[in-house]
Write a protein of this length. Structure first.
Length: 173
């Protein structure tokens, strides 16, 4: 006699965050960010800057947001379009489910702050897609400091390091 197969539906409950002194912490934060940009020339339109991270299974909190700040690069005037920012589960060119976001761009500080309205849970790979109106108009190596924020009150940011973006002069004829 063969054993009967039983189908179980497992529903993942949101992870409870670690809270200390009214602040929210990751118990094991993500530790790096992967950066992708398929448009690497001065002034190109249509560029999308992809920031990808994997939230560890032991993170202890969902991903509440990301903070991305330009720390290097001669052109400090190129504009991000916060209303065009999106996020999804997966990697660039292998998009999964969309994740709703709310983004703000502080031009003076050169900082984009993104809040995940439905925080991704531990174990997921998440990509944030920032869309500037165009690439910088001056060739240089641009760097962005990236921080992850746990979901919860008064989140304590975890540094993911730097995303490096080389922008090259185009071929002149």
């Amino acid at each position: 006699m063969l054993p009967a197969l039983v189908a179980l539906q497992v529903v993942a409950a949101p992870v409870q965050a670690l809270e200390l002194n009214g602040q929210t912490w990751f118990t094991r934060p993500p530790w790096k960010v992967d950066f992708t940009n398929y448009y690497a020339y001065v002034g190109q339109t249509g560029a999308t800057y992809y920031f990808t991270l994997t939230l560890p299974e032991e993170a202890g909190a969902g991903l509440g947001g990301l903070v991305i700040q330009q720390t290097r690069g001669v052109d400090r005037n190129f504009q991000f379009a916060p209303e065009r920012t999106k996020a999804f589960v997966g990697r660039p060119r292998r998009e999964g489910a969309s994740i709703p976001v709310q983004a703000q761009f502080d031009e003076t500080e050169r900082r984009v702050t993104v809040q995940f309205l439905q925080p991704p849970q531990p174990g997921q790979t998440i990509t944030l897609a920032l869309k500037p109106w165009n690439n910088p108009f001056q060739a240089d190596t641009y760097m962005f400091a990236v921080q992850a924020l746990p979901a919860g009150p008064k989140p304590v940011p975890a540094s993911l390091g730097f995303a490096t973006m080389p922008i090259f002069d185009g071929i002149r004829l």
